[in-house]
Design a protein around this ligand. Structure first.
Ligand code: IMP
Ligand code: MG
Length: 341
């Protein structure tokens, strides 16, 4: 049996989630020759939009490898809701995908109805959580009194207790600034969203080859975060970005608070995540409103056109981030320029 790991690629969000990771992972799955595509953190609080052959699909938990006939693993540091897992399985079956390729790690923790109730009654209003029971489930995990997927009868058929091998793609959920350690606590999620979290799937960090960091050319936040002030909701240019960029949550339908790109935050996220290839998307959205602004060194800067803004971002990222090898700018749907080198 071949059980050696060849390489691992990781895709992570560099912002507050919703950075088109689904699209990047879907593109990589198509061209990258992977044996496994894995989720390492979070649960159905995430929402991934995927386009395959111009058809739009939405998933919350199951990794995007499934759209390309690749074994898809839900890792031991994820949390899983039984009802939503089977809804997703049925959805994928109906669409003609091979759900026999979907596997759950034995130690994945199970979200119960009580977790969801506790989330909705104690956290949803104050922190703007997705109300999916994420924090209470991780709370029980760390208190060592949680329920494991391997102990649930309905999951038996999906449990996979083997080792990863070959070429592996790890699909991040949420984003850098929602990380339990790095984010604006308590306005964070309850998991490790940084690439090191992917090692919980069962490989050593040295196997990581590329880290694809996803960002947009402007920032968005779904849920409550004092870092995104209420005044942003009254800025007409930013509201145009919401409208043209369709900035509404995949999971909750909520309008995302939108702001100009914070380059200071992005530099930190690129550096600390170890991003080697950054994909900055939705360029077409700012071009439509024809406003080119960003925050740098805590000041707002404005540029005449995108080309000038791009030159500035390139210069600053290259100067500050010595692990970064490539900067890719993309519009909303296409990622034609992405390659694996
Ligand atoms: P929770 O993960 O449901 O506990 O939510 C905690 C915070 O993370 C809230 O501000 C959510 O809006 C945010 N959040 C969780 N998952 C996502 C996501 O996939 N995209 C964007 N924001 C998210
Ligand atoms: Mg999302």
């Amino acid at each position: 049996m071949v059980d050696k790991i060849n390489y691992v690629d990781v895709c992570c969000g560099l912002s507050w989630g919703d950075e088109a990771k689904g699209k990047i992972v879907s593109y990589l799955s198509k061209i990258g020759n992977y044996d496994f595509v894995c989720r390492w953190a979070g649960g159905n609080n995430a929402g991934h939009t995927i386009y395959k052959d111009n058809i739009k699909y939405k998933t919350h938990l199951i990794p995007s490898g499934i759209f390309y006939n690749i074994r898809s693993i839900i890792g031991p540091d994820c949390v899983i809701n039984k009802k939503s897992f089977f809804e997703e399985i049925n959805y994928l079956k109906e669409k003609g995908f091979n759900t026999n390729l979907i596997f759950i790690s034995p130690n994945t923790h199970v979200i119960t109805d009580e977790h969801i109730k506790e989330d909705i009654t104690s956290l949803h209003d104050s922190q703007g959580t997705t109300g999916k029971g994420i924090a209470p489930c991780y709370k029980d995990k760390y208190a060592r009194k949680g329920i494991l997927a391997k102990n649930i009868d309905e999951f038996k058929h999906y449990i996979w207790d083997e080792k990863l091998y070959g070429n592996i793609l790890c699909e991040g959920a949420q984003g850098f600034w929602l990380d339990i350690n790095k984010g604006n606590y308590p306005y964070v999620t309850s998991s490790n969203t940084l690439p090191y979290g992917a090692c919980s799937l069962g490989f050593a960090p040295q196997y990581i080859r590329n880290i694809y960091g996803a960002s947009k050319i402007y920032d968005t936040r779904s849920g409550i975060d004092p870092f995104f002030s209420k005044e942003l909701l009254e800025d007409t240019d930013l509201l145009e970005l919401v409208k043209i960029g369709h900035e509404y949550g995949t999971t909750t339908g909520r309008m995302r608070t939108t702001n100009w790109l914070n380059l200071d935050k992005l530099i930190d996220a690129v550096k600390i995540s170890g991003t080697t290839i950054i994909i900055i998307s939705k360029i077409d959205v700012i071009e439509k409103i024809n406003k080119y602004k960003l925050y740098y060194d805590s000041k707002i800067l404005e540029f005449d056109n995108f080309s000038k803004m791009k030159d500035f971002i390139d210069k600053i990222l290259i100067t500050n981030c010595n692990l970064l090898k490539k900067i890719i700018y993309s519009n909303t749907v296409e990622l034609k320029d992405l390659d694996l080198d």
